[in-house]
Design a protein around this ligand. Structure first.
Ligand SMILES: Nc1ncnc2c1ncn2[C@@H]1O[C@H](COP(=O)(O)OP(=O)(O)O)[C@@H](O)[C@H]1O
Ligand SMILES: N[C@@H](CCC(=O)OP(=O)(O)O)C(=O)O
Length: 377
């Protein structure tokens, strides 16, 4: 892919996860850098007004908490870190809420842990809630749920969390703002002759050798976790840009396709990667037989699958599992993550969505499979 076209593709991307690291968010370790947050909030608000969806993954809870508690050095003990995160997180979201409030944009705090992303039901709930927030025009502000995680299940660095969020919402781009201007051929703090890597394939093995640890004492993973995050994000087709967060209008410029920082690309074309990602996540657990109208709605109109167009639900599956959709001739036309258990699907198939509450006593969406969770084959 030539650099110009891949940068230009960024300017057509509609869903961005922007990760802001601890090293940037804190004012040299003295609490939260309000001016910087106000500046990013202004840029992100401008993007929202253009219809671009933005999710923020923000670090800084521990650093903000340390400042508020008057601690000068990052504590070693897990409980002290968790206490600092609890104090700092509420301050951090208050600053975001106020900063975005100036542009009439609501923020929504989301704290995630490992289980939220590995348990299917919780994964889907997180996904639906975040999608709903985006459709409402809110900016989700996401961090690790530091106060409850244990050492064994921590993401630890928010680069990894940013990538997993990009997978969760199938973002087009993961934009990592940090205190370096991108990935250099060596850590520029040690090697002033190091050169900026402008563009690479995320899985290029040479990158890992270039990327070192964090030095600031504030950030966690350094460039090593950013390169790994780009590889994770690429699995669902997201491109990653690593860039210096203090550059003027940096977010707007990267979104406009300007050649700033390091662009790390998925190996396959993004759409193929994304479909492979969705399809490869799970085993097929059941089968929905579609009538001809439903087949057309899926194939020709890109619609969601409604119960009314399903003739039969076969197999045993749970909400959130992958099912196959077959046409009247028995050919597989699509696969998707189903919104109802097999017993429920049997009760509502052939019925209009308005009857779901009457038939089941509750409703978990009008669709059996939402189009965002559906891959045509
Ligand atoms: N090859 C490299 N290119 C650029 N920065 C690097 C490289 N290797 C290590 N680093 C370090 O990574 C740091 C950024 O990571 P980190 O401190 O974890 O920040 P954040 O909190 O934003 O995640 C830089 O300040 C830099 O010292
Ligand atoms: N969840 C932690 C963030 C961990 C961290 O510092 O991550 P990173 O900014 O990626 O180096 C916090 O809010 O303090």
């Amino acid at each position: 892919m030539d650099p110009i076209s891949s940068r230009q593709q960024l300017s057509t991307s509609k869903r961005w996860v922007i990760k802001i690291g601890s090293a940037l968010l804190t004012d040299n370790g003295r609490g939260v850098n309000r001016a910087a947050i106000y500046n990013w909030a202004g840029q992100i608000s401008a993007l929202r007004r253009q219809g671009i969806e933005v999710l923020l993954v923000s670090s800084g809870a521990v650093a903000a908490g340390m400042d508020r508690l008057g601690w000068r050095r990052r504590p070693e003990s897990m409980h002290q870190l968790q206490a600092a995160a609890a104090v700092g997180q509420s301050h951090l979201v208050q600053v975001y809420e106020h900063a975005f409030g100036q542009h009439d944009i609501r923020t929504a705090q989301i704290l995630l842990d490992h289980d939220d992303l590995s348990n299917r039901t919780r994964y889907l709930n997180a996904r639906s809630t975040i999608r709903t927030l985006l459709s409402l025009g809110a900016v989700p502000v996401i961090n690790e749920n530091d106060t409850v995680v244990t050492e064994e299940i921590r993401f630890g660095d928010n680069d990894t969390l940013g990538a997993l969020v990009a997978n969760l919402v199938e973002a087009d781009v993961l934009l990592i703002l940090t205190d370096a201007d991108g990935l250099f051929t060596a850590d520029p703090r040690d090697n002033p002759a190091a050169e900026l890597v402008r563009e690479a394939v995320a899985t290029d093995p040479r990158l890992a050798a270039m990327a070192g640890d964090s030095r600031s004492g504030l950030g966690r993973g350094g460039m090593a976790t950013k390169v790994r995050a780009a590889q994770l994000a690429a699995r669902s087709g997201a491109r990653t840009v690593i860039v210096g967060g203090t550059n003027e209008s940096v977010i707007e410029r990267v979104v406009a396709g300007e050649d700033l920082g390091t662009l790390l690309l998925p190996e396959a074309d993004p759409l193929t990667a994304r479909k492979r990602w969705l399809a490869g996540q799970l085993q097929v657990r059941g089968r929905l037989r579609l009538d001809a109208g439903a087949e057309r709605a899926l194939r020709e109109q890109g619609k969601s699958l409604l119960p009314v167009g399903v003739v039969a639900a076969e197999g045993r599956f749970h909400r959130g599992e992958l099912v196959s959709c077959v046409n009247e001739a028995g050919e597989e036309v699509a696969r998707g993550l189903v919104n109802y258990d097999s017993g429920e699907a049997q009760k509502i198939c052939g019925q209009p969505s308005e009857r779901i509450v009457e038939l089941l006593g509750y409703r978990d969406g009008d669709e059996l499979i939402h189009r965002d969770n559906l891959i045509l084959l």
